[in-house]
Design a protein around this ligand. Sequence first.
Ligand code: GLP
Length: 259
Amino acid sequence: MEVVITPDYDAISRHAAGIVARLLYKKPNAVLGLATGATPLGLYRELIRLHRQEGLDFSKVTTFNLDEYVGLPADHPQSYHRYMWDNLLSQVNVSPSRVHIPNGMVRDMEEYCEWYEGEIARAGGIDLQVLGIGRDGHIAFNEPGSSLGSRTRIKTLARETVEDNARFFDRDEDVPRHAVTMGVGTIMEARQCLLLASGSLKAEAVAATIEGPITCQVTASALQLHRDAIAILDDQAAGRLKRREYYEWVFRHKESWLR
Ligand code: GLP
């Protein structure tokens, strides 16, 4: 895994946006895998800025989101549908017909999840998947114990995740206990993965992901097997890495072999 350690959150966002923008310039009809949570907000703000100020074009882009809460309608203020439209999609020129966000309200989830996987395949697969990381090392909603070969399906959220999400809901009992999520296997098929992490609360999960064993107890650790995964961290999220000096050394010397 390539590890990029930046000074702060804004630098993570700029670095990640640069990678997304370069992809879109090279492949205007790219398929983007998108994530929710607080971490990618800066990336989305930067993409909106690039769209407005530098004409970054989303008109041919297809998007697939990682996950959605089960039981929340698309227009619920805490749904990931709302999050995506409020924080990115309504502010760039993406075509709504090419936006895919899992539907947490369908009756036959099994059939629906198979269809969602099929849609990704019919779009030609995901070129670049944006990922955040949960405190317990999960990606999307693949909680500890999720099979590293898993596909899109319903997951029961871990207590830790429910607690982390409680701040967004008025009452604890309103916090969804289930989500429909791409599997680790689905994510691993993306041609490139960008894992973003900021702040000391993520430092332990980040260290386990990058330097720990590959284990379903830390589903992000599966990215060690991905041929093109980049972890973009800030100083605090990198705080528990043992080989930090090496990653910084590699980054400093990257320019010379790219030339
Ligand atoms: C949720 C989402 C993940 C996200 C994680 C961390 O669990 N399903 O995709 O990575 O939260 O969110 P945050 O970036 O707010 O810390």
